[in-house]
Design a binder for this molecule. Sequence first.
Ligand code: NAD
Length: 487
Amino acid sequence: MQRFQYYIDGEFVDGEARFQSIDPATGDVWAEMPEAREADVDRAVDAAEKALYEGPWAKMTATQRGKLLYRLADLVAANARKLAELETLDTGKIIRETSAQIAYVADYYRYYAGIADKIEGSYLPIDKPDMDVWLRREPVGVVAMVVPWNSQLFLSAVKIGPALAAGCTMVVKASEDGPAPLLEFARLVHEAGFPAGVVNIITGFGPSCGAVLGRHPKVAHIAFTGGPETARHVIRNSAENLASTSLELGGKSPFIVFADADLESAANAQVAGIFAATGQSCVAGSRLIVEASVKDAFLSILKRKAEAIRIGSPLDMATEVGPLATKRQQDHVAALLEKSIASGARLITGGQKPDGVGYYFPPTILDCDGVNSPSLAEEFFGPVLSVISFESEAEALRLANDTRYGLASGVFTQNLTRAHRLMKGIRAGVVWVNTYRAVSPIAPFGGFGLSGHGREGGLAAALDYTRTKTIWLRTSDDPIPDSFVMR
Ligand code: NAD
């Protein structure tokens, strides 16, 4: 059995405790992970604070920080296959997807390497004579980063990259469900030559590790990805310390198909939108809102595609849908589906948990027309699509916005003016038109409403890891004239 260590203050160390990690394709224990509790969280945060204010990182130029980030990007690219295999083994995410995604993660680090020395301050045209005033952008401080199991290398890269570019130091908490790829990634951070304490990577459970980290008095910012309920705990914990937060949460994203769309292409995008990553994707286009006149035609294409999906071992390059990451997740998907069917939703395909080992669940489509189905409101985080139809553009928009979430959305139409109206009308942080699930380091990403706040990706994300300092310098040699008048 493999045993992993975590990375604190430049050293690979065993945890205060250990826990077992399960291969979701078999349900068998395959590795032992270190478990951080209060003492190790403290050590990691202390190391990050020391690295922030003392030692080589604090004195480095932004260009030098960028060079380290370039080196890290190259190491991620060179080790993408190994990292992908570990992520697949530990979380069940298919190798076809992890290998492509992790190769792209290198580009995120490359992008932020280039940003490091472009974070500029400014000089203010101040309204007073004999006074120079500047704004300096400084690192926000020690950042706590908490990520869920799905796409951990990606979800951490969109935090670690901009935070390093901004000069922050950090403690990254890998998910207790599948921490192996992030713990392995720590070796690349070490090899790249980041000074001790700049990046600390630990793992542990929510209440005994994540919460302790979030309310640590030395943490200035918490960058969190996960579910909205956990996010509420994160905000409560941040109150201890008045830390700022950025929250990337769940979604119930609308996928709107108009009758004039290229139905074949829209169906391919819908398959990617709901069945890729076995539906464990925050941007899953989990509510199909289809124009009534093409509903049957579109569903028959979609059903054919869903039933042709190859389900199998996540380590097999031919597999398209692998297991869910945990038994808990498999039980949640089955229970929400049962509740939805009980409410009147009709199964079009899928729905049956297969016999045999592993936490598999087949691609499932539910017709929810005329039904107040919980599947339209609650996140499965699994391969289940809920379908409703509309008669008019106004109704499509109303249905799209009928959610407390607001992460992503898709619009499929050939009508340009309608596409523009919907781009403006949809209340979500991302609108994809005639495409779905596209991301880039250059494009900001994030949600509205219960999908969170703050943006990851783009220059803005790096600025979010800075705070400004205003500097006043009086340039006159004359004595200050009047002590009792503010000027
Ligand atoms: P989760 O909220 O249960 O856990 C996420 C992380 O929070 C884990 O590392 C966990 O240990 C930690 N945690 C748990 N309790 C905590 C606490 N009290 N304080 C601090 N940390 C705590 O989420 P999950 O079930 O692992 O992941 C699925 C959720 O993540 C879904 O809702 C999904 O939509 C969301 N997600 C969002 C994005 C995005 O970018 N918007 C991306 C991926 C996943």
